[in-house]
Design a protein around this ligand. Structure first.
Ligand SMILES: [Zn+2]
Length: 325
């Protein structure tokens, strides 16, 4: 697998975390006057790549001032503990709702084990390393961090998860959106046109909050969005209407399923399972039809393979929302 540093503009870089498949999840890196900030971490297995990327820029682990998490889902935050361990001068920057889970990861780990099982969780994420509280900065809405004289503004952006922030780089006018501004896999770009869709994974998906967070991001008038999945999205405002339409379509599919199930006395978890089974097929049909309308050239099998995990996770998250709202 290629393991290269992607260089964008004004000291902004990205590289592949190596999580699950190539070009699934990125780590971003801002370098300014030879000081560095990582945005998202991949998993524990991403650390050797992070060190290699620093080295390729002529930087040592001591040059890292911040490890910033957009949120604490483990494809974004699983490597936080080992990175903080490897970067002696770095502080972890995380939403206040995520801070406790980073210093005491057992509850977070148990939640992941409930979804993936113990063995698969260990295989994917290893053992999360706890981070000392004094090395954690809680990023409240409008907290500003300084990488030298470069200001990085944190915004509270719930909707995908309640522990989500976006990070606005005031110098480049780029915004690091984690999962709030959706997913745009490189394989689905056609002639430079990205294929962008929302991510509604469990367990805190909230469509109203997500819509207003997307609007907050657009209000920054960003020149670029940097998505964890995957990389640079130029002129994000051009794609906002499509993202919102697809979000509305996801929500309608969940609402249709909820109407079919109706109000009965089913326990919430059984109801969510029932809803998920009703949501996944039309969600798949919708996303594949949208990808075809976008002129994606992958064949049906390739498209299914690429979108399978997202369809499954998005259906789960929509079902949980529909079961509890
Ligand atoms: Zn996420």
């Amino acid at each position: 697998m290629k393991n290269e540093l992607i260089t964008y503009t004004q000291g902004i870089h990205a590289f592949d975390t190596g999580y699950l498949r190539p070009q699934l999840a990125a780590v971003h890196l801002i370098v300014h006057n030879r000081r560095a900030a990582f945005i998202d971490t991949g998993t524990y297995a991403t650390l050797p790549r992070a060190l290699a990327m620093l080295d390729s820029l002529g930087l040592t682990p001591e040059a890292v001032d911040y490890v910033m998490l957009t949120h604490i889902h483990l494809d974004h935050a699983g490597g936080a503990g080992v990175m903080i361990g490897a970067f002696p001068n770095a502080q972890l920057v995380v939403h206040p709702r995520g801070a406790r889970h980073m210093s005491e990861p057992s509850k977070l780990m148990a939640g992941v084990e409930a979804v993936y099982g113990k063995e698969r969780t260990r295989q994917l994420y290893g053992e999360l390393q706890p981070i000392a509280a004094e090395r954690i900065i809680e990023a409240h809405d409008h907290t500003t961090l300084h990488l030298g004289d470069r200001a990085l503004l944190c915004l509270d952006t719930p909707g995908h998860a309640r522990h989500h922030i976006a990070i606005f780089d005031t110098q480049s006018k780029g915004v690091f959106t984690g999962d709030t501004f959706g997913i745009a896999y490189r394989e689905l770009s056609v002639g430079g046109r990205p294929f962008l869709f929302p991510t509604t994974t469990p367990s805190q998906f909230d469509p109203a909050a997500l819509r207003s967070s997307i609007e907050r991001i657009l209000a920054l008038q960003p020149e670029a969005a940097y998505l964890t999945h995957f990389g640079l999205l130029p002129e994000p405002q051009r794609h906002a209407a499509t993202l919102m339409q697809r979000l509305d379509a996801f929500v309608s599919i969940a609402e249709d399923a909820a109407r079919k199930v109706g109000a009965d006395n089913t326990a919430a978890d059984e109801l969510a399972d029932e809803l998920q089974a009703l949501i996944a097929p039309p969600l798949r049909t919708f996303l594949i039809a949208e990808a075809r309308a976008h002129d994606v050239s992958l064949d049906d099998d390739e498209l299914d393979t690429l979108l399978d995990m997202d369809i499954d996770l998005n259906a789960q998250g929509l079902a949980l929302w529909a079961a509890t709202c």
